[in-house]
Design a protein around this ligand. Structure first.
Ligand code: F6P
Length: 364
């Protein structure tokens, strides 16, 4: 198979995350050095193949120095699904199937295979292109760590470092002012960032989507701490967490997921805590800081392993597959089996039990 490959493309799709550049670097290096292939960088996700003017060759020179850089030198987009692409017609935005244009450009440029680096949504598009004859291989990414096909995604470890460092800083100011401080973290419908940063940062309450909480239980924990002389509390709130306030359940729902509003959940819960406990309460929203910055050594290594493994998949002709990490080893899985299977926190699992044993409340 390797002989029939001469030129491959690479794109990054969906939200960015630390480690994307390390993947690009690993793909370019191994494709060039091990196989003598040419690599073409596709800008802004699938958009780059719909509007091919900005496609550019990626050689060793182009990837020099990018290993520690956050973001992606290719740019990315989480709005450009080629099968339902928003275009303006007579002043109205309509969704058009632009995949025929993409396929035509793919062939025109002479690409023999395509490396798609992205999360669940991006891999779903990759799968559809594979079904239409494009030789794709996938590399999973997301800070949320919510893909069940892989033990861990790169970007998560860096996000965890960022969140943990922020909790460490909030401890000192919360304690000095005897305040309740809530910190909202990302993660969509999975509580991994909140759970692990909460444990690592010694939070007192962790609120995750997988364990609906009540304002009353959160306040009980704050009171319980006051009774032992601890007049401050740190609460880590996952952006997708659900809280029960009286009879209604709020927080994560379909609508919210489509248009997530940063800080919405933590601010709502914070106000209710302040009202109920009469304690000074503050809210910090980490937001996109979690997605930025230089990748941790762990993420750089995982990204490099994934990038090299993606090139090996192409060399072996194993298209329609995505690289993944299982029991610490790099393996691959059909993209078909990987998409749509989210990995969420087990509310009764070892990690949650560990947190509870450390005295952490989940507000339930
Ligand atoms: O999936 C990664 C993620 O950072 C989520 O944790 C978060 O909900 C979302 O993306 C934010 O997306 P955007 O960059 O479009 O605001």
């Amino acid at each position: 198979m390797s002989e029939s490959i001469k030129k491959i493309g690479i794109l990054t799709g969906g939200g960015d995350c630390p480690g994307l550049n390390a993947v690009i670097r690993a793909v370019v290096k191994s494709a060039t050095l091990m196989h003598g292939w040419q690599v073409v960088g596709i800008p802004d996700g699938f958009d780059g193949l719909i509007w091919p003017e900005r496609l550019r060759p990626l050689g060793i020179e182009e990837i020099r120095g990018i290993l520690p850089r956050g973001g992606t030198i290719l740019g990315t987009s989480n709005r450009g699904n080629p099968f339902a692409y928003p275009v303006k017609e007579n002043g109205v935005t309509v969704l058009k199937d632009m995949s025929p244009v993409l396929l035509e450009n793919f062939n025109k440029v002479g690409l023999d295979a395509l490396v798609i680096v992205g999360g669940d949504g991006t891999q779903k598009i990759g799968l559809e292109l594979w079904r239409q004859g494009v030789r794709v291989v996938g590399v999973p990414k997301t800070i949320d760590n919510d893909l069940s096909a892989t033990e861990i995604t790169f970007g998560f470890d860096t996000a965890l470092h960022t969140a943990t460092e922020a909790i460490d800083k909030l401890h000192t100011t919360a304690e000095s002012h005897h305040r309740v401080i809530l910190m909202e973290v990302m993660g969509r419908d999975a509580g991994w960032i909140a759970l692990e940063s909460g444990i690592a940062g010694g939070a007192h309450v962790i609120l995750i989507p997988e364990i609906p909480c009540t304002i009353q239980k959160i306040c009980e924990k704050i009171d319980e701490r006051a009774q032992i002389g601890s007049f401050y509390s740190i609460i880590v709130v996952a952006e997708g967490c659900q809280y029960i306030d009286g009879a209604s359940i709020s927080g994560s729902d379909q609508n919210r997921r489509q248009t997530p509003r940063s800080g919405e959940v933590a601010n709502a819960i914070g106000s209710m805590i302040a009202r109920s406990t009469q304690k000074e309460t503050r809210v910090t929203v980490l937001g996109h800081i979690q997605r930025g910055g230089t990748p941790s050594p762990f993420d750089r290594v995982l990204s490099s392993r994934f990038g090299v493994a993606a090139v090996e998949l192409i060399a072996r002709g194993q298209f329609g597959h995505m690289v993944c990490l299982r029991c610490g080893s790099i393996e691959s899985t059909p993209i078909e089996k990987a998409v749509g299977q989210l990995k969420t926190v087990d509310p009764n699992g070892e990690m949650v039990r560990t947190a509870r044993a450390l005295g952490i409340s989940f507000g339930n």
